[in-house]
Structures are given as structure tokens and as C-alpha cells.
Design a protein around this ligand. Structure first.
Ligand SMILES: [Zn+2]
Length: 197
């Protein structure tokens, strides 16, 4: 059953070890920030800095396992027909990011979406870990400079992540509409996921 991640909002789901979650880029240009927390101790969570050490590169490929801040596998990428372009370098957007981009007043953001998604499960995130930014296109140019480019994913393309531990996975359909993280139209949209046994 497909579950919606509403445009500009977050959603979380519990996974048992061995289950998978398929994250669908419904309209093709939507970045989905993704986090995972160990179910019985959410102080242990998927860590991009530890995962880059574990996989030896900055973008996971099929078969790569992301690890926690205690270096234990938590999510393995088992399918990807989106073009294989994701990001592990950028922090989740937050109110301060949008202030720096010139927004007056409140702007929806992935940090608050994570907190709201976990609150629906009665949980409080210990911090905002760096997310696995699915479908986000941040190339490293000339071996050093990072650029923000539109996603290469297409409507209906997806990635599938298998849980290597009982965990809570949270998503945010990134509300970025100032820079072209979510495509040149600057139009955040909904995405979907489903849980596979
Ligand atoms: Zn965001």
C-alpha cells in the first residue's frame, strides 16, 4: 500500500529487520530526505559521515549498507532505478537555511518535518542527523566544489532500502523552493513509499 509523503511534509514508519521500504519519486523531481533510527534506542541512528567510511564513496550504490553512529548496518540500498544520483553531503534544510536565503517569516523545512514525523510516533529526535538525501543531485566539481543541480530522477522511479535492524525510518519531501533542489520549477511535490515484507 502506497503511503503519501505530502508535499513539504514529513512521514515516519516503523520497519522490522528484513523488511524493506520502497521510496517512489512520484512526480520525478522531488528530493526525499531520509533518516533511520534504531527502534529500541533512537540515540543510535543512520550516520552519513560513518556511512561514507563504510562504503568508501559519497553516493551509495546497490548493495551498499549505510551504518549508524555506532557503525552498525541499518539500511541497505537494494534497488534503484532513479539514475543513482543521491546526496550524503548536505545537511537537512532548517529555518536558518531559509533565513540565509532571504525568506521573511517561517518556511517549511526538513528539520521540523523530521521532528513532526517522529512526534506522530511519540518520539523526539535526539538531534537532526545528516540525512540520506534521496534523488538530490549535488555533484562534486573539480574534486572539491559542490553544486546544486536538479534531480535526474524520472516520475515513478524509486529506490528500495532494506532494514538491517528494527528501526524507525523518517522521510521529508523537501520544501526547498528557493534553489533548484527539487527541479527548475522550484515546485515541491508529494512523494510516496510502501513497506515490503
Ligand atoms: Zn529540505
Amino acid at each position: 500500500m502506497l503511503i503519501e509523503i505530502p508535499a513539504r511534509r514529513g512521514k515516519a514508519v516503523r520497519l522490522r529487520r528484513g523488511q524493506s521500504v520502497r521510496v517512489v519519486n512520484t512526480r520525478g523531481q522531488q528530493v526525499v530526505d531520509t533518516w533511520a533510527f534504531v527502534a529500541d534506542d533512537i540515540a543510535e541512528f543512520m550516520s552519513m559521515e560513518h556511512s561514507r567510511v563504510a562504503i568508501g564513496r559519497i553516493i551509495p550504490g546497490i548493495g551498499d549498507s549505510m551504518v549508524t553512529n555506532r557503525r552498525r548496518p541499518i539500511l541497505t540500498l537494494i534497488a534503484d532505478n532513479s539514475g543513482g544520483i543521491h546526496d550524503t553531503l548536505f545537511a537537512a534544510c532548517d529555518r536558518w537555511r531559509y533565513e540565509l536565503l532571504g525568506c521573511a517569516g517561517y518556511h517549511d523545512n526538513c528539520t521540523d518535518n523530521l521532528a513532526a514525523a517522529l512526534a506522530e510516533l511519540g518520539l523526539v529526535p535526539p538531534e537532526t542527523p545528516a540525512p540520506l538525501n534521496l534523488f538530490m543531485n549535488i555533484p562534486v566539481v573539480d574534486g572539491n566544489r559542490v553544486e546544486i543541480r536538479p534531480p535526474v530522477s524520472t516520475p515513478g522511479s524509486y529506490v528500495t532500502l532494506r532494514a538491517e535492524a528494527d528501526c524507525i525510518v523518517a522521510f521529508s519531501a523537501c520544501p526547498q523552493d528557493i534553489v533548484p533542489i527539487n527541479g527548475l520549477a522550484l515546485q515541491p511535490t508529494e512523494a510516496h513509499f510502501d513497506v515490503l515484507d
